[in-house]
Design a protein around this ligand. Structure first.
Ligand code: HEC
Length: 154
């Protein structure tokens, strides 16, 4: 009798685990990538610690971000739908954050965007970028997901 109940319990737990897994898979709107909801939450914390001081807590960027400052560098651009972060594929965004903003410019280009490769792991960079995507509307997300098929995360 006890053994049977234990078996039933095991089946029940397995069913709950499968249902929870299916729920996470179905709910995630970024189905082209393998990033889970947990890493978006992690990305939020990482974003607030490492990025918000320049790019704003809601990705609003710095004022006059299209105008060079006296030091020759551009201010931090917004990451929300008003910026152009969503024009870049996952692969390029990843390289910008890992290696610094100069990778997106012509040779010799000086960027105010620091390299985070020494501070954040590759998984942490991906999680931060997945969080930035929550600033976008469905149009931006779709367009960026399409581009990322050609240049995915490495
Ligand atoms: C010291 C300020 C500063 C911090 C901190 C910072 N950035 Fe930036 N970021 C910039 C600037 C300035 C640019 C514009 C760079 C340029 O002119 O090349 C930029 C550009 C970018 C771009 C390219 C955006 C685009 O629209 O082309 C991405 C992506 C980016 N940052 C992500 C991040 C992430 C993710 C973090 C945190 C891990 C972060 N940044 C932290 C200053 C910063």
């Amino acid at each position: 009798m006890t053994r049977r109940w234990r078996a039933i319990g095991a089946i029940f737990v397995t069913a709950v685990v499968i249902a929870a897994g299916a729920w996470v898979l179905v709910r995630q709107p970024w189905s082209s990538s393998s990033t889970s909801a947990a890493s978006v939450a992690e990305g939020k914390a990482l974003y607030q610690t490492n990025c918000a001081s320049c790019h704003g807590t809601r990705g609003e960027g710095q004022p006059d971000w299209k105008t060079k400052k006296p030091d020759g560098l551009y201010p931090a651009p917004p990451h929300d739908s008003s910026g152009h972060t969503w024009h870049h594929a996952d692969g390029l965004l990843f390289r910008i954050v890992r290696e610094g903003g100069q990778v997106a410019g012509p040779p010799g280009f000086k960027s105010g965007m620091p390299a985070f490769g020494g501070t954040l792991s590759d998984a942490q960079i991906r999680a931060t970028l997945e969080y930035i995507k929550t600033f976008w509307g469905p149009t931006e997300r779709k367009s960026q997901a399409d581009q990322s098929l050609r240049d995915p995360y490495r």
